[in-house]
Design a protein around this ligand. Structure first.
Ligand code: TYD
Ligand code: MG
Length: 451
């Protein structure tokens, strides 16, 4: 009898090895190897009707116009690229407690014109009811099932014929086809493969919730990301109100859209005017605060950058940053030392992006430096000024993308002045905001602190 073949797989990157390794030679993670047993899959694989094997020409492929499913949630529709594509597989990832289940349930509760199924392997029906009570409503269109068996869930799906199925979460369901433990890479992979096949066969879309491991990537990440059509990441700080939904991968839309939500007592609320909420109203006369005209995805956002600079209490100065890359902060501080001549070596520097947001846009560099200097000198910046510009190693201000959007957003929110990179062309017509172009950080500081 043939021996069952055993191999080991890295749960982080999916690399395979014939023996158990402590450290993955591919991704460098420690202790991520798991045993994977190649098992003969019971039952026949379904064939995707009509699509397998026969080459066709583009014009022969029939596509129904406007076939996307409206999720009754503008922010989610936007991130999906204009609604959900029938038969597609969407993976919703995020840290525990961030609000994935709340988002999924809430969306289904709103989609009253479609029959939907919510399958939970994590919570009992009673717990789901309690959650639903917070969200208010009990639509007849929504069916719930608390089960961990994929075969059962799919059987019920076949019977119910819903327009959308949510599986919460992929790590808590299992298929009989493989004998691996629940939540293991083998299980997760096989479940996802089966769901994928089922979804494409019946043209029923699935939204799969997935947990994120401590490194911030989806458990069994690469394998799942390759399989699904769309990967959505739900992120934010649990202790803050705001949650951002990003598309990390989208076969049917752009990955630069983001959706913004705030977590309330009665569920998630869509935020359509984020800048207004992110700016604190009481910042007049406070030092260490600068407003950045940022762009997240394709949306302009005005963001409050807060810095605190104080003499180091202990020998080694501390550098700490929340919502902004710490290495980038160090780089910017070095620029400040070298190009502007401020001595920050013996200072603690703390940086915080207000509202618990994490910002990747390099255009907030200038605001970071302005906040640091403002705190260091204890001089408040003019509250009606905002800044945008990436800072280079030579202390030059580099151009940013979507400059017009940034300027318009600042104007819309009542700012009277914006500092932008000098080398940048923008639309001047009809602007009621003063635009000042700056070439170097020193130019910017001269304008800001009137030195
Ligand atoms: P949940 O959706 O269970 O997170 P996940 O599925 O990503 O693990 O959200 C849990 C958190 O959200 C929990 O800390 C309570 C909070 N919450 C609210 O603030 N308001 C609400 O209406 C609901 C349902 C949850
Ligand atoms: Mg959950």
């Amino acid at each position: 009898m043939a021996k069952p073949s055993v191999q080991y797989v890295c749960s982080n990157c999916g690399a395979k090895a014939p023996q158990l390794l402590g450290r993955c030679p591919v991704c460098g993670e420690w202790g991520t190897y798991e045993e994977e047993i190649e098992v003969k899959v019971k039952g026949e694989r379904l064939k995707v009707k009509g699509e397998a094997g026969k080459p066709v020409r583009l014009h022969e492929i029939e596509v129904q116009e406007d076939s996307r499913i409206d999720m009754q949630c503008a922010e989610l529709n936007r991130v999906l690229g204009g609604g959900l594509v029938p038969g597609s597989l969407v993976l919703l990832g995020g840290e525990p407690g961030i609000g994935k289940s709340t988002l999924a349930l809430q969306v289904l509760m709103r989609m009253t014109s479609r029959r939907t199924l919510y399958a939970s392997g994590e919570e009992s029906l009673r717990q789901l009811k309690l959650r639903a009570e917070r969200l208010a409503g009990s639509p007849d269109s929504l069916y719930l099932i608390a089960d961990t068996s994929l075969e059962n869930i799919l059987a019920e799906t076949t019977e119910l014929q819903p327009d959308l199925v949510v599986i919460d979460s992929i790590q808590t369901i299992q298929t009989d086809a493989v004998e691996a433990t629940i939540g293991s890479l083998t299980q997760v992979k096989e479940c996802a493969a089966r769901i994928l096949q089922y979804a494409k066969e019946r043209n029923i879309p699935f939204l799969i919730v997935g947990h994120i491991n401590k490194e911030g990537s989806l458990a069994g990440p690469k394998v799942l990301e390759h399989m699904v059509d769309t990967v959505l990441q739900f992120e934010g700080d649990q202790h803050y109100l705001y949650r951002i939904l990003r598309a990390q991968k989208n076969r049917f839309g752009s990955t630069s859209e983001i959706g913004i939500f705030s977590m309330q007592n009665d569920g998630l609320r869509e935020v359509s005017n984020p800048s207004e909420l992110l700016l604190s109203t009481q910042r007049d006369g406070l030092s260490g605060i600068a407003i950045a005209a940022a762009v997240e995805g394709v949306r302009p956002l005005l963001i409050e950058v807060q810095a605190l600079v104080s003499s180091a209490a202990y020998g080694t100065p501390q550098r700490s940053s929340t919502g902004f890359d710490a290495r980038r902060l160090n780089m910017l501080l070095a620029v400040l030392e070298k190009r502007v001549g401020f001595k920050l070596l013996q200072k603690d520097v703390f940086l915080n992006i207000a509202g618990g947001l994490r910002v990747n846009d390099p255009a907030i560099d200038l605001a970071v430096l302005a906040a640091v200097l403002s705190s260091n000198m204890d001089i408040a910046l003019d509250a009606s000024t905002c800044l945008t510009g990436e800072v280079g190693l030579a202390g030059e201000i580099r151009p940013v993308n979507r400059i017009d959007q940034r300027i318009r957003e600042a104007e819309k929110l009542g700012f009277r002045r914006i500092l932008i990179p000098a080398a940048q062309a923008y639309q001047k017509e009809g602007l009621h905001i003063e635009v000042q172009a700056v070439k170097k950080v020193t130019d910017a500081f001269r304008l800001l602190f009137k030195q």
